[in-house]
Design a protein around this ligand. Sequence first.
Ligand SMILES: C[S@@+](CC[C@H](N)C(=O)[O-])C[C@H]1O[C@@H](n2cnc3c(N)ncnc32)[C@H](O)[C@@H]1O
Length: 457
Amino acid sequence: MKTQVPVQKNQKYDVEVTDLSYQGLGVAKIDDFPIFVENALPTELATILVTKVKKNFAFGKALKIIRQSQDRVKPIDGAYTQTGIAPLQHLAYPAQLTFKQHQIQTDFAKMKLDVEVAPTIGMETPYHYRNKAQIPVRMLNGRLQTGFYRKHSHDLVPIEDFYIQDPEIDKAVVIVRDILRKFQITPYDEQTHRGVIRNIMVRRGHYSHEMMVVLITKSKKLPSQSDLVSEIVEQLPEVKSIVQNINPKATNALMGEKNKVLWGKGSITDQLMGLTFEISPNSFYQVNPIQTEKLYQLAIQKAQLNKDDTVIDAYCGIGTISLSLAKVVKKVYGVEIVPEAIEDAKRNAKLNNITNCRFMVGKAEEQLAKWQKEGLKPDVIVVDPPRKGLAESLIRSVAEMSPQRLIYVSCNPATLARDAKLFSEHGYQINQPIQPVDQFPQTVHVESVTVLERIGK
Ligand SMILES: C[S@@+](CC[C@H](N)C(=O)[O-])C[C@H]1O[C@@H](n2cnc3c(N)ncnc32)[C@H](O)[C@@H]1O
């Protein structure tokens, strides 16, 4: 028999919001049936419109807030509110930090793991922090526009102030947009899979102020290439590198495999933890440099390293954590899947006169298994995986290498908790509070450092 759901699409309801989902949506219930409501906060009473009904839950949007939360703040600007760029901007910053701490507690409770979570370390100025922008370019009303996608769609909302990006990057995007308009470069059209320019990527060194502009194109040919390049160089004196990245595929993936340096170097340089790093277009580099330094300092401090220690840095990117650790230990082994990032890591070791690091290209799960078979016995292992967390086989290899300590830098508390549960079955436990560090203010992303320690000697 089909059970009736208690709400209907396009109907209005007055509800009380009791929780905030991990996606930043207010959670309300009618007859125990959960409704996820955009722009609604816990403790609020709101009139909502139900926009989608599924078997076990529904979605809605707040039409009117009848009783406001004390943590509600007025969004700064309307344009990006329509996008998913800053989904927590209506929540006061201290409450955002509590939300992130609570998120980790919830994910560990689901795994039946009893842990303490410290208050989230926040930013003094929680916006204008991103050192990298990836901006879609589309035709809108006959004009080339830059901005971001409206929530749940690929319709472009024109934006000039992105609020969470380095303002110099925002300015650069507008300048590049105007240059593209001047030379009548055709924007990419997702429907027809035609056009030239898909995205603009801009990276700017927080300390170095070196800027990289990557023009991501559908086609190999970039019309008016030399004019475009001369204008960008003339109008953006911080630019040290202009790269064309070719992505011919009909895909949501941002970058293609092929890069062509159009002007200057193929990478930019920045400083982090007192070291210098070369960063290539396809390499991962943490987007919030101020918070990254806090995160890395904590990770190093919690690792309790000795000068005779051997460390593995799995998912090492361009070697930022490896090289920061290298100064205080005997040897560091780094592994990373992106070959360009490992080339950067090797160059970065040389640049900083560090000789005790060995970097390998490969899947962390495969390389750790190899090292384990070869008899490598690290004292500490650091993992900093992407959102999907660790492969089970990697957890087994770690357990067999039996380091005293594992430092888990995580950007997804759900996979962190899942992996911590597996580690607990292999004799590793969490004895000190998990420390969240807010790398992504105004968004729902949660970054943290956890120490897992081997039980017994
Ligand atoms: C969160 S980033 C961390 C990078 C680095 N630790 C840092 O802080 O700059 C995760 C890295 O893992 C890499 N990666 C993704 N899957 C991988 C895998 N299976 N094996 C090794 N590296 C992987 C990504 O390319 C990315 O550089």
